[in-house]
Every structure is written in structure tokens, then in C-alpha cells.
Design a protein around this ligand. Structure first.
Ligand SMILES: Nc1ncnc2c1ncn2[C@@H]1O[C@H](COP(=O)(O)OP(=O)(O)OP(=O)(O)O)[C@@H](O)[C@H]1O
Length: 266
């Protein structure tokens, strides 16, 4: 469903991705991990068609994203950004309705009353009770769940989530991750999400993809790739890895940060 083929990308004066190869099948739930600044958000933006690769290509169901308009891409892929544009005073319902733009177009947006897809997105993200509240009156964690509702309102088969648990307390982190896992099962969604918490990645994703130095450094099921070598080589941390006694998924016990020339330079 998503194929990233030899993608290179940089910003002026800064190379970020240097030949990324990644293939995500329909219905997979993939966690993308890596150090700050390694290019995770950049890769998601390339997969959403918001950036164009300098070399290589990103295919969506076989179609080159570079040939699709932004709006056509937005009908097929939704990206939860870290910063959703919040117009001062805009209500939660008003912001979430913006997620319907790609599907409806400007005229449809004007005509619409309440859109059932928006109502469902707000219910799924647990924000329906705040529908009439201004987004700028919400706490950081509450806003993060509104961002999830905005992405869900696009009603796409592919969901790209950039740190969906940021700002959330532990309970709501688990709630959001369980919601994503449930929606993926119920609606057959394909999900790629950036997670900094390797424990959550190991628990919720069926596959972990690690970015390092512009390329995919590890790719596989959590039970295989989450090892002390991954903690050291990709996350720059010395630590141990055990197993959840009931669920069997890997559990990490991080100990201390490594110097950059210890584990990371290997
Ligand atoms: N618009 C931009 N212009 C210039 N450089 C940028 C821009 N956006 C990102 N970068 C740089 O590109 C690199 C990759 O950024 P990106 O946001 O993809 O990393 P990330 O892995 O998502 O990081 P984090 O874990 O901190 O969110 C970083 O060095 C960043 O400073």
C-alpha cells in the first residue's frame, strides 16, 4: 500500500533522508522510531504528499504521490501533525470539520450542516463533549486528541500519526493507542505512527521501523528488533530488554544515555 523507494530528501543545507526503503502493507500497524531530528516527521510528510522527494518515490497503492494533487492525496492519507492550525476562537467541531475539506471541497463545506463522519471522528477521539469549546481553551493533552479527531475526519484508509501520544497522561496515551489499534482492526486502516516511547511501540505495533542516519536501520516485529543493540545503536541508550510476563511483548529497561561515539557510531 505505501512504498517508499530510495527516497532522498533534505532541507537547504541539511540532508535528512538518504535512500529510505520501506514498504507498508494494507492493514499494517507500524511504529517509526529514532532519535530527535533523524527525519521521522519528514518521512511522514513525504508519505502524505506534503513534501516531494529529491530522489526516489513514494507510491500509494501503486500511484506515485508526486503525480497526485494535495487534495487527491488528502483523500487517501491523513497526517496527524504536531501543530494543527488553531484559528483563535475556533471550536473543536469547526476545526474537525476542516478534515472534511479534501472529501467535500469548498462548496460541500459551505453546504454541510453536521457531518456524520466528523461526529464519528470526535467520538472515536473522545472529544465529542468539547465540540462547542474553542480549541484554544483546551489543555495540551485535550488538543492532542482534537488533532487525532481532525485526522480521523479525513476518513482515509491510511493514517500517519506523528507522536499521537505527546502531551497525554499515561491513561490517555493508552486510550489513544488502543483506539488506533481498534480502528485499524475494525476499518482495516493502515497506520504508521511515530512513537518516542519504545515500550508503547513494542506493545502496540506489529512492526517497528527504526531510522538512523538517513536510512532504515532496523525493521521487523518488536519481538525480533527490540534488543539492547537497538536501544544502543538507534536510540543511544544502554539498557536491558525483558518480556512482559503476561503479554510476551518486549519491555525495555533503559539505563543511561551513551556517548555518541559509544553505541551510535558503531
Ligand atoms: N522546515 C525545515 N527547514 C529546515 N530544516 C528542517 C525543517 N524541518 C525539519 N528540519 C530538520 O530536518 C531534520 C529532521 O527533522 P524531522 O522533524 O523530520 O525529525 P524527527 O525525527 O521527526 O525529530 P523529532 O523526534 O525531534 O520530532 C532535523 O535536523 C530538523 O532540524
Amino acid at each position: 500500500m505505501i512504498q517508499v523507494e530510495g527516497v532522498r530528501f533534505g532541507y537547504p543545507g541539511r540532508e535528512v533522508l538518504d535512500g529510505v526503503e520501506l514498504s507498508v502493507a494494507a492493514g499494517e500497524l507500524v511504529a517509526l522510531i529514532g532519535l530527535n531530528g533523524c527525519g521521522k516527521s519528514t518521512l511522514l510528510r513525504l508519505c502524505a504528499g506534503l513534501l516531494r522527494p529529491a530522489a526516489g518515490r513514494v507510491l500509494l497503492d501503486g500511484d506515485d504521490l508526486a503525480r497526485l494533487s494535495r487534495r487527491a492525496a488528502a483523500r487517501r492519507v491523513a497526517l496527524l501533525h504536531q501543530s494543527a492550525p488553531a484559528v483563535p476562537g475556533m471550536t473543536v467541531r469547526g476545526l474537525v470539520r476542516q478534515g472534511r475539506y479534501a472529501a467535500r471541497g469548498p462548496l460541500g463545506m459551505l453546504r454541510d450542516g453536521d457531518d456524520p463522519v466528523c461526529a464519528r471522528a470526535m467520538a472515536d477521539a473522545g472529544v465529542a463533549d468539547w465540540a462547542d469549546r474553542p480549541v484554544d481553551s483546551l489543555s495540551g493533552g485535550e488538543r492532542q486528541r482534537v488533532r487525532l479527531a481532525l485526522a480521523l475526519a479525513q476518513d482515509t484508509r491510511v493514517l500517519l500519526l506523528d507522536e499521537p501520544t505527546t502531551y497525554l497522561d499515561l491513561r490517555h496515551q493508552l486510550e489513544v493507542l488502543r483506539t488506533v489499534a481498534r480502528l485499524r482492526h475494525e476499518r482495516g486502516l493502515t497506520v504508521v505512527m511515530v512513537l518516542h516511547d519504545i515500550g508503547h511501540a513494542a506493545r502496540f505495533a506489529e512492526r517497528i521501523v527504526a531510522l538512523r542516519k538517513g536510512v532504515v536501520a532496523a525493521d521487523g516485529p518488536p519481538g525480533e528488533v527490540v534488543t539492547p543493540a537497538l536501544l544502543a545503536g538507534v536510540l543511544g541508550v544502554a539498557g536491558r530488554v525483558g518480556r512482559d510476563p503476561e503479554g510476551g511483548w518486549p519491555v525495555c529497561y533503559p539505563d543511561h544515555p551513551l556517548e555518541f561515539d559509544e553505541g551510535l557510531a558503531e
